[in-house]
Design a protein around this ligand. Sequence first.
Ligand code: NDP
Length: 348
Amino acid sequence: MSRILRVVLNSRPGKNGEPVPENFRVEESTLTTDLKPGEVLVRTLYLSVDPYMRCRMNEDTGADYLSPWVLSECVDGGGVGVVESSRHDAFSKGDTVTSFNWRWQTCDVVDGSRLQKLDPDLVNGHLSYFLGAVGMPGLTALLGVREKGHLKPGANQTMVISGAAGACGSVAGQIGKLDGCGRVVGICGSEEKCRVLVSELGFSSAVNYRKGDVSAALRESCPDGVDVYFDNVGGAISDTVIAQMNKDSHVILCGQISQYNKDVAYPPPLSTETQELLHSKNITRERFMVLSYMEKHEAGLLQLSQWVKAGQIKVLETIVNGIENMGGAFCSMMTGGNIGKQIVKISD
Ligand code: NDP
């Protein structure tokens, strides 16, 4: 038996409520560490907080691929950890492993079939990158751009990214540049984020949507209009971008975080005006889901790893320490407290 800490769902924010740290509760618990055949004892190193988790806080997630978190039961999501002991043939002590359904616990005993082994060399030992730039958010950026962006190298296209300073957005913009866009413009929620996008990540320019006339600032940043829009946020920001899109251009419908605290179906309905614009300018806006491209994940992660190791993609992270801060980190990410991927470090 060993003593552990874990995070359970304490209460639900309600379909139209903003999540608060008190929706989560940290508890002491015990773990039986005598392994049965096929089981693995893992110690948690890093946990991820992601926007889709907001849906899991509702009783009805609104998505058939997402199950709701259960009240007073341990919450789960993306995690990375190290094998402490194993009775599964594929894993040995010291292996680095990950899962999309890692319980928010300091240690856990899991069925080995639910774990994937990771090669720390892919991230030069920065294991938290497996939850960000060389993990699901990085793949979302890469496959979103490649599958739905219709980029034409040499065509001097302008790409706009909303949520640009976040985990997916910061990588998507850099891939836009690597894949040949002439101009890459980020939209995000602070002056500091704008500065980082331009001076550290090589974005052509950035617009702070919380300040001034966003439409005018975007027009100045995109004098030739917008050819590709990587949409992470939806709502009024996306209406503003779509109004400046060119004929035959493309929206990568990645996420709509501005609507996640509202009880609306996904993707949320567009205004009549925006719908008419899409139609009259022949703008594509197909829903993108990273989980629909599982067969491309392995090659995608290798590509992301190569770019990161070569310094062609710069990785931004906001890391907080301690399992007791999981709820706070989630709520902070949902309100823009992060630059790059929000990570919680659980142990060394
Ligand atoms: P981020 O790291 O981008 O964190 C969320 C960010 O959203 C915040 O930092 C904040 O930045 C911004 N934000 C929050 N509320 C608003 C608002 N009302 N208006 C505008 N911006 C807001 O998260 P991820 O990179 O993990 O996810 C980004 C998007 O990608 C989400 O919509 C998510 O659901 C989606 N996604 C989709 C996937 C798919 O398969 N389609 C897979 C993974 C993610 P700021 O300071 O700029 O406001």
